[in-house]
Design a protein around this ligand. Structure first.
Ligand code: ADP
Ligand code: MG
Length: 240
């Protein structure tokens, strides 16, 4: 579904990602772990073209999205992204936040967008908050609403960048619960997270990022219980 070939990213003189190549299959749930500043966010942002790769190829469903003539908006629609900060529009009700993309970008009729929006809110346990404004929601509820808004665009892949890092500890599990539920539907996902127990349970594969790339790639058991390389070992030892 996604093929990354020789991806490099530099910010001016600073080289952040060097020669990353990997493939992600449909239905895979990939957790990305690694020290702060190692390029995890940059990697996700390159995949959905929030950042332009310095070099290399990103192919999604057979389309090279890094090509100059790529249909960037079409490809963005295939990929949802959930951020640490929820980025809901505060002057719009939750259901209106969910309807915005489908109505304006996908040209879904308003009534249909409304009905589907309610279904996504139901899935994240927020049906009753459809007519509330973002400020009336807790942090965990806002993030669940943001996930519902992403799903309302019917993405094929969802990228999560530390979706629980801005939340009070009491609200982390409700958000992780929604992501688990989404994983169970077979959604293809890449999740940058510090929640190691969650990463172990939910993912089919774990990328440990370090030294400007995917330093070690394996199943949760391989990475968490039997890391092969020194930096992975040191990281796992430190966090466990
Ligand atoms: P992580 O998400 O793993 O913590 P990031 O991808 O955010 O790491 O950052 C990797 C490195 O790239 C850091 O040194 C960071 O300061 C730098 N960086 C990230 N975004 C930019 C940017 N827009 N301009 C310049 N440097 C950046
Ligand atoms: Mg980051």
């Amino acid at each position: 579904m996604i093929a990354i070939n020789g991806l490099y990213k530099q910010f001016g003189e600073l080289s952040v990602l060097e020669n990353i190549s990997t493939e992600i299959k449909e239905g895979e749930v990939i957790s990305i772990i690694g020290p702060s500043g190692c390029g995890k966010s940059t990697f996700l942002r390159c995949i959905n073209l929030l950042e332009t790769p310095t070099k290399g190829e990103i192919v999604i469903d057979g389309q090279n999205i890094s090509a100059k003539n790529a249909d960037v908006s079409g490809l963005r629609q295939k990929m949802g992204m959930v951020f640490q900060s929820f980025n809901l529009f505060s002057h719009l009700m939750i259901i209106e936040n969910l309807m915005l993309g489908p109505v304006n970008l996908l040209k879904v009729p308003r009534q249909q967008a409304y009905d589907e929006g309610l279904q996504y809110l139901e899935m994240v346990g927020l049906r009753a908050k459809a007519l509330a404004f973002p400020d009336e929601l807790s942090g965990g509820q806002k993030q669940r609403a943001a996930i519902a808004r992403t799903l309302a665009m019917k993405p094929e892949i969802v990228l999560f960048d530390e979706p629980t890092s801005a939340l009070d500890p009491t609200m982390v599990s409700e958000v992780l619960g929604v992501i688990r539920k989404l994983a169970a539907t077979g959604m293809t996902m890449m999740i940058v997270t510090h929640e190691m127990k969650f990463a172990r349970d939910v993912s089919s594969r774990v990328f440990y990022m370090d030294e400007k790339g995917i330093y070690e790639d394996g199943t949760p058991t391989e990475i968490f219980d039997h890391p092969q390389k020194p930096r992975t070992r040191a990281f796992i030892r430190k966090i466990s």
